[in-house]
Design a protein around this ligand. Sequence first.
Ligand code: ASP
Length: 414
Amino acid sequence: MLKKWFEITLWKRIMGALVLGAIVGTLWGEGATSIDWIGAIFLRLIRMIVVPLVFITLVSGVIAMGDPKKLGSLGIKTIVAYLGTTVFAVTIGLTLAATFEPGMGMSFGGITAKDVSHSVALEDRLLAIIPLNPMLALVEANMLAIIFFALLFGAGALIVGKKAKPIADIFEAGTEVMLKITHMVMEVAPFGVFALIAGVVGTGGVSKLVDVLPLVGTFVLGCILHVVIVHTTIIKFILKLPLGRFFQGITGAQLVAFSTSSSSGTLPVTMTVAEENLGIKKPVAASVLPLGATINMDGTAIYVGVLAVFSAQAMGISIDFADYLLLALATTIASIGTAAVPSASLFLLAGVTSVFGIDAAQTAIIVGFVFPFDRPLDMLRTVVNVTGDLSVSTLVAKWEGEFDEETFRAKSVD
Ligand code: ASP
């Protein structure tokens, strides 16, 4: 039986738990809150992994950026192009979330955030990002300070170079370990989701589940706009290449991204379509795409930005311009630090929501709320992530003269 259970893909188990939780909640009513403790275990596990995950994956994300430096101008151009598209993604996500306000009118059991943004002056908030003691920042889960130190630590390791190789290896291995732990926590998700949904539906009715729709709608619109505005502009207007051919050429990679929800799992196919269908030559495909799978996540940036604004709105925190700037920065960094595996970005949300003074415990509740619906959203954002990698690679290949236009324009791509 246990074998049968594990044979079902995790996200299908989570979806099943969602449906079952809704049915049990409807039948059991308020009594379903008596299994709240199962949901609490799941939320505690999420909280447990946030700090080490953010710190370790961010350090190794920065170290991963070091490799292209060796490639000189190619590396610099690649990073600039990747960051540029990410900034557009963040802007689109935040603008839509500010416009459609998907979190308005939501409630999360009366929890309130500290609302740092309005009690502390901007200079002090910026100053607080520099930890007086990084160890204390880790202990207190002071996310912005942790992010700041992680960036510096990664940069330091890069500058030291060869001598810091053991550190780079440790953080790379640490990332693997943290992802394994995340994976274990995700195995608890079906039970946690079942209990959480039963409690929510038991007390608020099935209509409570509809609360997630504005969030989903805002995110999906963001993804569509990003592909239509940014990726299309790169291919059609900057490179003056036929758009249909581009999308026809990358369909294989998009489908794999959709079904695996993992940019790194898709990488072999991404590289194949880049070389065979888009005419990107090996030196560019072999360096730009692996880096993209690691640091360039446009769909993730849209998702994390929308979700962070959603969280603030749901907790009744008003957001001013300075908040948006800080949020944009934190979201960009989070998307760089996100590992290219399913649901990874959801666990980095705490690093971003801390801009509003929302702490890890409160973020865990939001994560618990969106988790049941995360898989389809993850499938979509991974497609956008991979599409971003491929459009930037085409751009860099053309800049570097490593582009075979004939292959790109070839009649049949299969
Ligand atoms: N699943 C995404 C990817 O692999 C990362 C995420 O946003 O969770 O690209």
